[in-house]
Design a protein around this ligand. Structure first.
Ligand SMILES: NC(=O)c1ccc[n+]([C@@H]2O[C@H](COP(=O)([O-])OP(=O)(O)OC[C@H]3O[C@@H](n4cnc5c(N)ncnc54)[C@H](OP(=O)(O)O)[C@@H]3O)[C@@H](O)[C@H]2O)c1
Length: 245
């Protein structure tokens, strides 16, 4: 049984899935450290849920992470460190502004790496280090964007860290399908299996209570994409080419 009073650091907690996850953990008694860039939103959330410390962080900035780590260490070891921080800017790879593309890779992939390096020493023995990928990173799809490529990198990074940091730290991966947040509100296509953030948070919490490496949902979206990923390129590329709009 998980300890309901565990101490959990959530980055990307100012809104969306991260804020919903903070609410879900707080409801069962967890002690939270809330991070993101927007301090005001974090303070409002901390006020709402109670028993939460606010430590603003930019995962792209190592100095801000080092400052956060020093503050968090003062409160004792963490049971879980979870990062959901990410940027998304829909558009074809060939049309996206190069500076925006670089920023997306820096926050999503390098930021996950920075977070992992910073958070691992703060965890108690056997604690969970949780990165967030996406089903968008399973396989390259038409209009998959630099975002999807960054998430493929996060999946690979989580696999590497899982082996490197065991047995002291358990590295885990969250792979959401579509969730109704600021991130997806600019999508102009139908999103199969779209979930509300509260439901996504419930599934993540339940998944992280178990011991599996990956928490993925909804399965009616994730399993077909996993199947596509496991096919030979001869077959999978023919299938994905049919998705070009
Ligand atoms: N929504 C979906 O359909 C979906 C699907 C698959 C995967 N995901 C993944 O799930 C995670 C959460 O997504 P979401 O939908 O909840 O997105 P969201 O509502 O846009 O929230 C993203 C969070 O990341 C924080 N953030 C962004 N840049 C940051 C930085 N440089 N440093 C620290 N924090 C930063 C944001 O806060 P500030 O702006 O205050 O910094 C915000 O709290 C992301 O990793 C996303 O890729 C989402």
């Amino acid at each position: 049984m998980p300890d309901p009073t565990e101490r959990i650091w959530i980055t990307g907690a100012s809104q969306g899935i991260g804020a919903a996850l903070a609410r879900a953990y707080a409801a069962r008694g967890a002690r939270l450290v809330l991070s993101a860039r927007s301090e005001e939103a974090l303070l409002a959330l901390a006020d709402e849920i109670g028993r939460a410390e606010v430590v603003p962080v930019d995962v792209a900035d190592l100095t801000s992470l080092a400052r956060a780590a020093a503050r968090i260490a003062e409160g004792g070891p963490l049971d879980k460190a979870i990062t959901l921080a990410a940027l998304y800017d829909p558009g074809k790879v060939t049309e996206i502004d190069p500076e925006t593309a670089a920023r997306i890779v820096t926050v999503n992939l390098t930021g996950a790496f920075h977070f992992a390096r910073t958070a691992a020493p703060l965890l108690r023995d056997g604690g969970d280090l949780v990165l967030t990928g996406s089903v968008a990173g399973y396989v390259g799809l038409p209009q998959g964007q630099i975002y999807s490529a960054s998430k493929a990198g996060v999946i690979n990074l989580a696999e590497t860290l899982r082996a490197e940091l065991a047995p002291r730290v358990a590295v885990r991966l969250i792979s959401p399908g579509f969730v109704d947040t600021r991130l997806t509100e600019r999508n102009d296509f139908a999103m199969p299996g779209l979930l509300q953030p509260d439901e996504a948070a419930r599934r993540i919490l339940r998944g992280l209570d178990g011991r599996r490496f990956e928490v993925h949902f909804p399965r009616r979206l994730t399993w077909p994409l996993k199947l596509l990923r496991s096919m030979s390129y001869g077959l999978s590329l023919r299938l994905t080419a049919r998705l070009v709009r």
